[in-house]
Design a protein around this ligand. Structure first.
Ligand SMILES: [Zn+2]
Length: 411
């Protein structure tokens, strides 16, 4: 899918972006090989992949030759010279250093929104955004059970800190590209000096706020859903047992790789969440709703708690995918302004403002945030239908959420 998406962005006709290497994709690969002086055999071997990879990354590394200017390089790549200047702040445009390696963006969007958004795609996209926008702060807030990075990015440098996170639940991975696309759109508009979504000014928000984003809280779970169970997984046998004997995780798995539902693992009425498990037939690790052996028992929730405690978030939004609804309270602990802001979020997105009930009303991230900080915290449920939502819903979901993501950074 990744390769189909990049070939499509470059203007090749791959047919449908569906992850199937059919005749149209093969023809697109042959065209690509011809255009880049490769053996046109329609096979993506190491040589073809080496050329293709630069486009997957979204930028080339170019060595400056005598006589080059940003303008002349930009012409070669059919892009705007400003994009090169932004990606290479250390280069003096009046006096380029011959022999130096610079980043030259291909002028294509980094974040694909029509593919399975795996952890590897996320990692590549964060690297791509960082290359094009070197002033972007990125890092990792901790590691998952299997040692994957829990990446974060920060948009803005202002004192008003807000925190958006996605994919606590593995099946709900569509929330990761929503947050990543938001980051890319924000960075593009910020560097272009454009407004977004009917008048939000990213430069103004940049100075006023810091938007922290953890796009994928549960990368191991997302990988299980999208790439399947890998033989080298140390929990291989356990995971099959926890999944009721099935090796198919693609339609039911929400938890991390120890079978703990991360959004039932926070220290906010955790015991009530635990007590409610029996009603749902939960007796231990499994695909969903197991709260774990104790509150904050998992490395992913531990990292989220520590990251939150090390910042001063005025507002948080935890992204999930089910029902076009925004949950705003926890045991009446939310401050009065949380309802007003929630009503505005609801109006901007068209999503319903509601209270959560039953087992979903305890031990979630927003519950813990509201309880410990008494500040506005929201669970945003994007999209309609059965999880995992098809990526074809992306454009609608994004259109509903862009305004909300901007508003919440300034509310
Ligand atoms: Zn969820």
């Amino acid at each position: 899918m990744e390769i189909q998406a990049v070939l499509e962005k470059m203007g090749y006709n791959v047919g449908e972006v569906n992850g199937i290497f059919g005749p149209q994709t093969r023809n697109a690969v042959i065209q690509f090989q011809r255009n880049f002086g490769l053996t046109p055999d329609g096979v993506i071997g190491p040589n073809t992949y080496r050329v293709l990879e630069r486009f997957l990354n979204g930028y080339d590394l170019y060595i400056i030759r005598p006589g080059d200017t940003f303008y002349s390089i930009a012409q070669k790549y059919h892009i705007r010279p400003e994009a090169i200047a932004i990606a290479n702040p250390d280069q003096n445009p009046q006096n380029l250093t011959v022999g130096q390696r610079i980043v030259v963006p291909y002028g294509m969007d980094i974040v694909d929104t029509n593919i399975n958004y795996t952890y590897d795609v996320l990692a590549r996209d964060i690297q791509g955004l960082k290359a094009l926008y070197p002033f972007l702060e990125t890092g990792s807030i901790g590691n998952s059970v299997l040692g994957r990075n829990l990446y974060y990015i920060r948009l803005g440098t202002g004192p008003n800190q807000v925190f958006y996170n996605g994919a606590h639940h593995a099946l709900e991975w569509i929330t990761s590209p929503v947050l990543m696309k938001f980051a890319e759109d924000f960075l593009q508009a910020y560097t272009d000096g454009r407004t977004l979504a009917g008048g939000y000014d990213p430069r103004e928000i940049w100075n006023r706020s810091s938007i922290y984003i953890v796009p994928m809280v549960n990368p191991d779970g997302v990988d299980l859903v999208l790439n399947g169970l890998q033989p080298e997984n140390p929990y291989y046998q356990d995971l099959i047992t926890w999944n009721k004997g099935s090796t198919d995780f693609s339609q039911d798995w929400e938890a991390n790789n120890r079978g703990v539902d991360l959004n039932h693992n926070y220290n906010a009425a955790w015991q009530l969440s635990k007590n409610a498990e029996a009603e749902y037939g939960i007796t231990g690790p499994g695909p969903t709703r197991y709260s774990g052996p104790s509150p904050v028992s998992e490395p992913e929730t531990q990292a989220m708690v520590a990251f939150t405690q090390n910042h001063n978030f005025r507002l948080v939004m935890a992204y999930h995918s089910q029902g076009e609804v925004i949950y705003w309270n926890f045991m009446d602990m939310a401050p009065p302004e949380a309802r007003t802001i929630g009503e505005n979020l609801s109006q901007i997105s068209g999503y319903k403002l509601d209270l959560s009930t039953g087992i979903a009303s305890y031990a979630g991230y927003k519950d813990w945030f509201i309880q410990d900080y008494r500040r506005p915290g929201y669970t945003v449920e994007v999209g309609l239908g059965q999880n995992p939502l098809p990526i074809s819903q992306f454009d609608t979901i994004y259109a509903n959420n862009l305004g909300m993501l901007l508003y919440a950074a300034t509310a």
